[in-house]
Design a protein. Sequence first.
Length: 491
Amino acid sequence: MHKKKALVIGSGFAGLSAAINLASKNFDVTVLEKNNTIGGRARHFSESGFSFDMGPSWYWMPDVFESFFNKFGKSVTDYYELIRLDPSYQVIYEGGDFMPIPAKMSELESLFESIEPGAGLQLRAFLKQAAYKYEVGINKLVYKPGRSLTEFASLKLLVDVVRMDVFQSMSKHVRKFFKHPKLIQLMEFPVLFLGALPENTPALYSLMNYADMSLGTWYPKGGMHKVVEAIGALAEELGVSLLTDHEVTKINHKNGKASSVTTNHGEIVADVIIAGADYHHVETKLLDNETRNYSDDYWDKRVMAPSSLLYYVGLDRELDGLLHHNLFFDTDFAPHAHDIYTNPKWPEKPLFYASLTSKTDDTVAPKGCENLFLLIPVAPGLEETEEIREKYFDMIVKRMEEHTGQSISEHIIYKRSFAHRDFIKDYNSFKGNAYGLANTLTQTAILKPSMKSKKLKNLYYTGQLTVPGPGVPPSLISGIVVADEIAKDMI
């Protein structure tokens, strides 16, 4: 029997997931990646003995990864070793105050209780609700393709949607349980990954707190790129062709169908095309105007998740006082949030995140050295220069030196920065965003850009600008969902 030929544009988590799923359904699948390695934003590089993950650094929702591999008769342990971090991470406040977040629930409840009497029991109640949201949200809602309201028409699911606090904000929800500013900040932190303020994010996403506190923070030994390598290996085991240095410049069509793509290596024909590249880029650069789903005006009105100003740093010394994951909440979040979401500009005193994988893994830095990954969330669409990058680097290194009481700047033996123009150059990222579309109520489920082209019957989309949204587990799920839709439509 003739196998249908599928082309996947982009080898991020969503593109690889879609490719694997289609290959398992007897499609002949080729992935086209413009860069010289697979992984999209989850690429990595090595320099001067240091190994750096370029993008995602948090491994949450281990069950999503496990069920992904299980779907193809495999297990995570067939490919990489997982380490549970304890403490999961630490939060650093002003004036040298810091709070490690324990992995054990009994210790976490005790910590909450010590900060606010009664908060230990409140945490238990909060996480019980969050567990329900996680069960329904991750196992049911996120697997909906978002193509029609009828997907949510079952009475059980409608009741679930009400119970899921879809119409209440995360900000209000958290304040029902906790009063202390430290606890509020801690409970609101995970939704910052979703790209919107807690007051604009549905309380449904307290499921992220369940992922954080109940399921734990993990680390794949060697780095997050080990997950990319694993998924790439699984793809090849299933017969997927992974072609790097293949940039798609046009999607060709005839008779209402996508017929082929033009690449820097010539034309490649296909029966079905899945765009795992940036949705806006595909629409505005690879398609004709008449085959686009959305207008420029539509895209300009989308609320984008933040971009990131990133630094990859190698130190010739080890640092005390820092863990694998560190959240520097040593300044007020409100002005920084305002500069990201309300009046986009470069922040005056930003919060930031520091990851030191070398605290867990002795393979990512030379002996006696430290591997440092720094991230400042910033508004998308900003103009940036080398001077701006240097200014913010000096600012956050100084704050780290104040916290640790140790010199950092004079021990730097490697440094690289990455920001808006790099996101655009490497990933064709709309406005240089890092995380896709913000998960606001008006950009949830069927209100996200459609997974299927409205003009070309065999063109589909996957990834962080369509359902279910930003993040590594949602991207894996996005690939599963789009492959299932294609199979329904074409087989």
